[in-house]
Write a protein that binds this ligand. Structure first.
Ligand code: KIV
Ligand code: ZN
Length: 523
């Protein structure tokens, strides 16, 4: 049997469906380039019919990123498939991924369709997708809760219709490893034409078993795993790419499989995705968490000093965890900085690199040493500085135990006007946020606000992280500065700009398009 495991990354599609994880075009392009450098086989770049922004992102990635197969998602209907076909048109290696739910619950309550109609629509959808590309993936959504005999029928029909990959999603994270593996074994045994397609798995983590389920399926012959960086995704997330890849590599003796992943890029890619989405990686997260290679117990430290493998099954260097964070100083040149920016996973234009270099020189005047996190903050400022309605010109505040906290904020609007506002608040940061809300006319519910230092030392930069709610949607913002009030104002403004951009995009859609028949969201 084929011993190569195909890594299908859906960070930009299912991952982006994590509450608060939405990315702008520039951010999606950064992530797509980083995924290519990482060596993923397939990038699911988005769901083109979902919004003009999704279409634009899939199209831009399809035009710009060469190497991996670029995939677009579509429901089993002509409009979705045509839109995906159009977005991917300029890509030599393109895939359309069509899906239709098959479980009794979805048939009865969501689709109100009989089994025969599901099969007919799946066949029509796959055949339509084949008009755009020979690489067509089909997903019977909620497969893990679908009756086995019906699943066999659907998968067989899908392959006959031209599907080259059949994906078996555990859409709601309901499966357990032995049962999910048995489903794959059943399909291998009973689907007449199963050898004509790759079996793929797509597991959600609602019960914390997405990786275990995926690996159990691999042992039964699945040869594509759908996963996301840091396991981000709808609800509890998807199968974590770094965990699957390192499990297969570390336990080569057991899985006897290889992947195309350059594991040294796992850590920088994880950081990039975390920064771009604003979703922090939990400290004890396997492979890429801050504690993944930290040994606290004396016995462990002693063992490690004697022989690393006593307590470490993986070498942190193989994942790309930096051995020393100290990278650059005041006299470091442009070339060293450019290399560091690339190593950290950022693909910037010459103009953006120049701005990073200018920022680096200014920062080096204020700080003795520049760490990776400082360079990341400078690089990120470039990719975040996509289209912004509002820009911070200046912020100042007044606080203390015997005074009412107040702030003065000055913002530039994209149209060239400058607006100033003073506000009182419960504290200086609250006063800053109120002033920004007043100027922009956008009021949000603050769900979380954190400040931490990104590096060590008294001159370390402060990172502000904000999670806000607007119209039931979660939006994240993050910014770094040597001044924590400025970092807070910038992070808050990032949230406001994301909302303003989304509102503008929604207005465009409503004025040009009729609403879709069913919600264009997948899990
Ligand atoms: O979870 C799911 O079922 C999905 C499909 C679109 C593959 O994301
Ligand atoms: Zn999913």
């Amino acid at each position: 049997m084929n011993d190569r495991l195909i890594i299908f990354d859906t960070t930009l599609r299912d991952g982006e469906q994590s509450p608060g994880a939405s990315m702008n075009l520039a951010e999606k392009l950064q992530v797509a380039h980083a995924l290519k450098d990482l060596g993923v086989d397939v990038i699911e770049a988005g769901f083109p019919i979902a919004s003009p922004g999704d279409f634009e992102a899939v199209q831009a990635i399809a035009r710009e990123v060469r190497g991996p197969v670029i995939c677009g998602l579509a429901r089993c209907n002509a409009a979705d498939i045509d839109r995906a076909g159009e977005a991917l048109r300029d890509c030599p290696r393109r895939r359309i991924h069509v899906f239709l739910a098959t479980s009794a619950i979805h048939r009865q309550f969501k689709l109100k369709m009989a089994k025969e109609e599901i099969i007919r629509r799946s066949i029509d959808g796959i055949k339509r997708a084949r008009q755009y590309t020979e690489d067509v993936e089909f997903s019977p959504e909620d497969a893990a809760r679908t009756e086995l005999d019906f699943l066999v029928e659907v998968v067989e029909a899908a392959i006959d219709a031209g599907a080259t990959t059949v994906n078996i999603p555990d859409t709601v994270g309901y499966a357990v490893p032995s049962q999910y593996a048995a489903t794959i074994a059943h399909l291998k045994k009973h689907v007449r034409n199963i050898d004509k397609a790759i079996i793929s798995v797509h597991c959600h983590d609602d019960l914390g078993m997405a990786v275990a389920n995926s690996l159990a399926a691999v042992m039964e012959g699945a040869r594509q795993v759908e996963c996301t960086i840091n396991g981000i995704g709808e609800r509890a997330g998807n199968c974590a790419l770094e965990e699957v890849v390192m499990a297969v590599r570390t336990r080569q003796d057991y899985f006897q499989l290889t992947t195309n992943i350059n594991t040294k890029k796992l850590y920088p890619t994880s950081r990039l995705v975390s920064h771009v989405t604003g979703i922090q990686v939990q400290r004890n997260k396997a492979i890429v968490g801050q504690n993944a290679f930290a040994h606290e117990a004396g016995i462990h430290q002693d063992g490690l000093l004697k022989e690393r493998t006593t307590y470490e099954i993986m070498n942190p260097e193989d994942i790309g965890v930096p051995q020393t964070e100290l990278v650059l100083g005041k006299h470091s040149g442009r070339h060293a900085l450019r290399q560091r920016v690339l190593d950290l996973g950022y693909h910037l234009t010459e103009e953006q690199l120049q701005k990073v270099f200018d920022g680096f020189k200014a920062l080096a005047d204020r700080k003795k040493v520049i760490y990776d996190a400082d360079v990341e903050a400078l690089a990120e400022a470039q990719i975040h500085s996509g289209p912004a309605l509002w820009t911070l010109e200046a912020v100042s505040c007044n606080a203390g135990s015997a005074t009412i906290p107040s702030a003065a904020v000055c913002l530039w609007h994209q149209d060239g006007t400058i607006v100033r506002q003073a506000s009182l608040g419960d504290g200086p940061v609250d006063a800053v946020f109120k002033a920004i809300e007043h100027i922009t006319g956008i009021e949000v519910k603050l769900r979380d606000y954190r400040v931490r230092s990104v590096t060590v030392g008294e001159d370390a930069q402060g990172e502000a992280h904000i999670e806000a709610e607007y119209n039931g949607r979660i939006i994240n913002g993050r910014a770094v500065s040597t001044d924590i009030i400025e970092a807070s104002a910038l992070a808050f403004l990032q949230v406001i700009n994301r909302i303003a951009l989304r509102m503008a995009a929604e207005q465009r859609i409503h004025s040009t398009e009729a609403p879709p028949r069913e919600p264009a969201a997948a899990s």
